[in-house]
Write a protein that binds this ligand. Sequence first.
Ligand SMILES: NC(=O)c1ccc[n+]([C@@H]2O[C@H](COP(=O)([O-])OP(=O)(O)OC[C@H]3O[C@@H](n4cnc5c(N)ncnc54)[C@H](OP(=O)(O)O)[C@@H]3O)[C@@H](O)[C@H]2O)c1
Length: 260
Amino acid sequence: MNLNLNNKYALVCGSTAGIGKATAISLASEGVKVTLIARNEEKLKAVLAGLPHPENHDYIVADFSNPVQLKTKVTEYIAKNHGFHILVNNTGGPKGGPVFSADLSEFENAFTQHLKCNHVLAQAVVPFMKEAEYGRIISIISTSVKQPLDGLGVSNTIRGAVANWSKTLANELGSFGITVNNVLPGATGTERLSEIIKNKSAKAGNSEEEAANAMKQAVPAKRFAKPEELAYAVTFLASECASYINGINLPVDGGRTKSL
Ligand SMILES: NC(=O)c1ccc[n+]([C@@H]2O[C@H](COP(=O)([O-])OP(=O)(O)OC[C@H]3O[C@@H](n4cnc5c(N)ncnc54)[C@H](OP(=O)(O)O)[C@@H]3O)[C@@H](O)[C@H]2O)c1
């Protein structure tokens, strides 16, 4: 199987940590020229320096709480540099907690950071993808698209919106050689997971180790994912080999999701 990703351009969001960082490394290892995005410039520089052939890659500093500014930065970057064949939509997860007690601002913030930012990024990258007759838009969402997760009320709600946005876009862009797919991580060993474990242990009144073990027992694989295991799925979907996979939700969760 030849992924044929050499010299493709990718914009990888939320790429200074966790799944986004692992995805940037995996794509760069396949010869992709990666532009990283996150808020912290020091971390961006450090990740860039650790990629294979750092001179082939670049970064943009942007905050997903401001989609208008994000759109301006990415549009200007494209005008000055190059467009992108691959867009990986990814950012920090919404705050946890039950949906009933959520403040309106939590929904608004999560909608802005996840849906509005994905949308402005897609609008910015699609013209080049159409010209290139090659496009891959991959959104990192959550298995809560298929089965809501306890204690992640706002996240469960907004993830459904993002998945439906993505599926609709897949229908609209399929005829241009552009695919739009979602990767749904299960519990994956990142900073985000450490936060979730802390919340669960505080709520249950047990140790973090006990909370983590209980989460692992709910997974047929009996362990958490490594960020690379998500990155490999994204890399495959970004490749030519995945050209006829469009509009799907791909759980990478060790079998945890109970639905088909
Ligand atoms: N890990 C899991 O178990 C799991 C499970 C299901 C779903 N997910 C979802 O998958 C996605 C990635 O998760 P992860 O575990 O890899 O997260 P993570 O380790 O917390 O990394 C988040 C990344 O997003 C960036 N980021 C956060 N807020 C941002 C903002 N406002 N603007 C721009 N960049 C921002 C961070 O960099 P800066 O701080 O430098 O900006 C970092 O690079 C999240 O949506 C998460 O909820 C994760």
